[in-house]
Design a protein around this ligand. Structure first.
Ligand SMILES: O=P(O)(O)OC[C@H]1O[C@H](O[C@H]2O[C@H](CO)[C@@H](O)[C@H](O)[C@H]2O)[C@H](O)[C@@H](O)[C@@H]1O
Length: 273
């Protein structure tokens, strides 16, 4: 029987991971959530990690030679409840970071939280007649979902969000589009890439970074990686990542390998986390 395409991609990515792990003594494994650990679903509140991914992330989290982080656009409180594992979390695209019991919030993002709230409220009124849109106020950023909005009305949602943000925030917030979403966030030069760089700086010497992600905001993290690190893009679009797999199902195969064979290839693992 012919080998299915996703498995071939997984094999290529495993080869990339082997290369990255060779000579490393520690791994910093950074994982995006929606579209990577959890398949994309219609209702954001229903997103959940596949069982196989949970088992692999638990194994990575228990390995002293690995620092495991989930780097997501979701709010920190949301993602921590969803995973409930003792790992590092970067929420709101890196604007809030929780590790080893300590929380750090980007100071400008903290100041602009009330503005995010005001924009969210104004949007409720402005988008009122459009069916099935959903606003997620994540305190430091906001997301407007159009996945369930009829196709012809989606552009109107995007344009309304961009207009309201322009009018109310006057450059203090900016908008960006993702998978069937438009998000508004403080206009600061800090995102997933900067968060990963920060985590890497406090990792032990000899650390290789592995980053898995599927969306626009993950690209800043892929671009941050060094040649010895490994970026795995989930999907079929353009990406700066060095490897790719086709789907969250393939991520499960890849993570199972990483948590088993992959970590056993580390050279004299350190116990610093
Ligand atoms: O950085 P991520 O972990 O990928 O988070 C990005 C956004 O993910 C969520 O929205 C996406 O997933 C939803 C559930 O599958 C889907 O309905 C939506 O269309 C996707 O864009 C989340 O709700 C957002 O807050 C995150 O920013």
């Amino acid at each position: 029987m012919a080998t299915p395409e996703p498995t071939a991609r997984v094999e290529e990515s495993i080869a990339g991971l082997r290369e990255g792990i060779r000579g490393a003594s520690h791994l910093l494994v950074c994982l995006d959530f929606d579209g990577t650990l959890a398949p994309i679903v219609e209702e954001p509140g229903a997103a959940a990690m596949a069982d196989g991914n949970r088992a692999a992330v638990e194994a990575l989290a228990a390995d002293p030679a690995v620092t495991t982080a989930v780097v997501t656009g979701r709010a920190l409180t949301d993602i921590r409840q969803r995973l409930s594992l003792p790992i590092t979390y970067a929420g709101n695209h890196g604007l809030e970071l929780y590790r080893e019991g300590e929380l750090a919030v980007h100071p400008i993002a903290r100041k602009r939280a009330s503005l995010v709230g005001r924009v969210s409220e104004t949007l409720e009124a402005a988008l009122g007649p459009i069916p099935n849109y959903r606003i997620e106020n994540k305190r430091l950023t906001g997301t407007v979902h159009v996945r369930s909005v009829p196709e012809p009305a989606r552009e109107r949602v995007y344009a309304t969000v961009e207009d309201v943000v322009d009018r109310l925030a006057g450059g203090r917030l900016e908008t960006s589009r993702g998978k069937r979403i438009v998000e508004f966030s403080p206009s600061v030069s800090w995102g997933k890439g900067e968060a990963v760089r920060l985590l890497e700086r406090s990792a032990p010497e000899g650390t290789a970074v592995v980053y898995l992600g599927d969306d626009v905001t993950d690209e800043s993290a892929f671009r941050e990686l060094e040649p010895e690190d490994v970026g795995v893009y989930v999907g079929s679009g353009d990406s700066a990542a060095s490897c790719r797999v086709e789907s969250p199902a393939a991520v499960t195969e890849l993570l199972a390998w990483l948590a088993g064979t992959g970590t056993s290839l580390l050279d004299e693992p350190t116990s610093v986390r």
